[in-house]
Design a protein around this ligand. Sequence first.
Ligand SMILES: [Zn+2]
Length: 213
Amino acid sequence: MRRKLPLACSLQSVALFGLLLLAAGSSSPANPDERLVEVTSDNMPGVVLEMRYATERNITGKSIYPDGKAWLRMETIRKLAKVARNLEEKGYRLVIWDAWRPAYAQKALWASKPDGRFLTPPNKISRHARGTSVDLSLADKNGKILEMPSDHDEFNAKADEDFSDVPKEVAKRARILRNAMFAAGFSGVPDEWWHYDLRDWAAYEAIQGGGKD
Ligand SMILES: [Zn+2]
C-alpha cells in the first residue's frame, strides 16, 4: 500500500503536468463555438487581422478580447474570400477590425458609449453576435494600412457612406470596398462605412458565449 500511494500521486502529477503543457501550448482559448470558424490567410487570402478590441485602440481604451483572433460563420468567410480575391486584383488587401463579438464585449462597448445611434444596447442582439457581420478596412498589397474615411468606431459625419467630406482618393477606396462587398452578397449601414452584414443575417442565431462568459 505504501508504494501504491506515491505512484498514484505521481501519475496524477504527470497527468496534471501534461494538461499544463497542453494549456501552455495553445497560446489562446479554444474555439469559442463550433458554429464559428477562425479567419486565417488560408480561408481568406491576404487578410490583415487588426482586431481593435484586442488592443487599447478602441473606444473602451483597453483590450477586451483575450486574443487577436477573428471568428465568423463559414458562409461569411466564403463570401469575404471572394471579396479578398476581387480586391487582390486591384492591389488591395482586407483588414479586419472586428468580426464575431461575444456578449461581454458588447456590454463593455456599451458601458463606454451608451448611445443607441451607434451601438446596440446589451438587451438587444448585435448583428456581430451572429457571426454574420464584419468591420473592415483596406491595406495595400504589402499589408500597409491605408487611409480610409475615418477610424474604426469614429462616430461622426466622416463615418457615413456619403464620403463627400474626405479626400477624393480616400472616398474612392471606400467605394471600391463597398462595391466589392455589395457584389459578394453583403449589405452595409449608412452611418458606418466599415460595417457589413451578410444580406440574410437574420437567418442566423446569436452566439453569445465565449471568452470571459
Ligand atoms: Zn460593425
